[in-house]
Design a protein around this ligand. Structure first.
Ligand SMILES: Cc1cc2nc3c(=O)[nH]c(=O)nc-3n(C[C@H](O)[C@H](O)[C@H](O)COP(=O)(O)OP(=O)(O)OC[C@H]3O[C@@H](n4cnc5c(N)ncnc54)[C@H](O)[C@@H]3O)c2cc1C
Length: 384
């Protein structure tokens, strides 16, 4: 693998670094308008939706430059590249691939200008990993779909303007996968009710959403009827590749090393313990593996491949890292752990990042079946 970037890509990296130095204010100097100004400046440079085609308003950036942009922003701990994470990471790309001209015109400009807020409705009370068993239904009546059922763990539903909704449009025999479609539904449609579900830390990030005779025009369907599974598989690959950034983990490891350097264990500096040093070295190795795996997926994309199922490997690695890293931090803090906000919040929140977008067992099934080509797990479906 060639790790060197071409001259053009190196000069793009410098351009991003200079932009950050000129525009990213230190946190204590940011006023209430900081984020709006930041997004406007990013928009001007077409760095929001940077890799989207120019014809739909994107930046037309190369895969490698998109990688550089995200890496530099993450290193600088800059805000996200746009306000609508789900909209930009998977709803927009799905609309670009499957959307009608009218859908592109209606939704993409708002996404790029940070005026949109999307949420994602896949999981149901009885269907999480096994998405093919969803029962929230949309029945065509004339030129409208009538939606009934419920979705759960819907992040951001309480402020989203639209939901990217996976529904069952056909219950026929053998239609587990073929009977699903995706609808783009306004959250202010009559018949939608959003009920909050506070998480372990007391934060309100996800919800249960109820649909009672909600009517949407047939033009709100994304792709063909019955094509929902294909649309969602592409969207999930984008979700997992977004989740799998290794730069963020490198930052966390640096913070953990700093904590280890200033901590004591049994009256000795904590770093005098060879077991602890070995553990830190193990994290560093896993993070390097994540980075190399990310680069492998990137070179696959450079050769014209799609966002790869190999990014599920990074999602799995991230879960394997997050749990012991936070446990170690809590151990180093000892009695102080209860009052150290940052590490405490992290240790209570990692379950979410490990499960969201698909649980570790499901990632293992995907890696076994779709990456390694092993026989299918017959005891249950392979999951989402
Ligand atoms: C922070 C967070 C945010 C989320 N946001 C959203 C959102 O915005 N929209 C949305 O639709 N959903 C969202 N989810 C839901 C998430 O996608 C599901 O929780 C996840 O897919 C698992 O489904 P489940 O909770 O129903 O668990 P289940 O599917 O019931 O799984 C329970 C356990 O059984 C295991 N299991 C299940 N099937 C198999 C199998 N075939 N082989 C081996 N093991 C298996 C799983 O690994 C898991 O350990 C979010 C979840 C979290 C934690």
């Amino acid at each position: 693998m060639d790790f060197d970037l071409g001259i053009e890509d190196e000069s793009f990296r410098r351009e991003v670094q200079e932009f950050i130095a000129a525009n990213l204010l230190p946190e204590d100097q940011r006023g209430p308008d900081f984020l709006r100004t930041w997004y406007d400046k990013l928009s001007e440079k077409r760095w929001i939706g940077f890799h989207w085609p120019v014809e739909v308003g994107g930046g037309g950036g190369s895969v490698i430059q998109q990688f550089i942009l995200k890496e530099e922003m993450s290193k600088a701990e800059a805000p996200e590249l746009g306000s609508d994470f789900m909209g930009l990471a998977w709803v927009g790309p799905a609309i670009i691939e499957y959307g009608s001209p009218a859908q592109k015109e209606e939704f993409l400009p708002d996404l790029l200008a940070c005026r949109s807020a999307w949420c994602t409705g896949y999981s149901e009370p009885d269907s999480g990993s096994d998405l093919a068993s969803i029962s929230c239904s949309a029945v065509l009546e004339g030129d409208e779909y009538v939606i009934n059922g419920s979705k759960i763990w819907t992040t951001a539903a309480h402020y989203a303007r639209h939901i990217f909704l996976l529904v069952r449009t056909d219950r026929g025999e053998g239609k587990r996968y073929g009977g699903a479609s995706v609808l783009l539904v306004p959250m202010d449609s009559p018949g939608i009710e959003v009920r909050p579900i506070p998480n372990l830390v007391g934060l309100h990030s996800f919800n249960q959403v109820f649909f009672d005779e909600v009517r949407v025009p047939v033009e709100r369907r994304l792709g063909k009827e019955g094509e929902g599974w294909r649309v969602v598989m592409g969207a999930l690959a984008n979700e997992r590749s977004g989740i799998s950034e290794s730069t963020e983990k490198e930052r966390h490891l640096e913070k953990l090393k700093a904590l280890a350097r200033r901590s004591n264990r049994n009256g000795e500096p904590a770093l005098a313990d060879a077991g602890l040093r070995r553990e830190l070295a193990r994290y560093e190795t896993l993070i390097s593996a994540m980075r190399l795996n990310g680069l492998r997926a990137l070179s696959q994309q450079l050769r014209g491949g799609a966002a790869s199922t190999e990014t599920t490997i990074n999602k799995l690695l991230r879960g394997q890292l997050e749990i012991p890293m936070w446990d170690l931090a809590m151990g180093l803090l000892g009695n102080q752990a209860a009052s150290d906000g940052e590490w405490q919040r992290g240790s209570l929140s990692f379950h979410g990042t490990v499960i969201g977008g698909g649980s570790p067992n499901i990632q293992r099934n995907i890696i076994g079946e779709r990456v390694l080509g092993l026989p299918k797990d017959r005891s249950s479906g392979s999951g989402r």
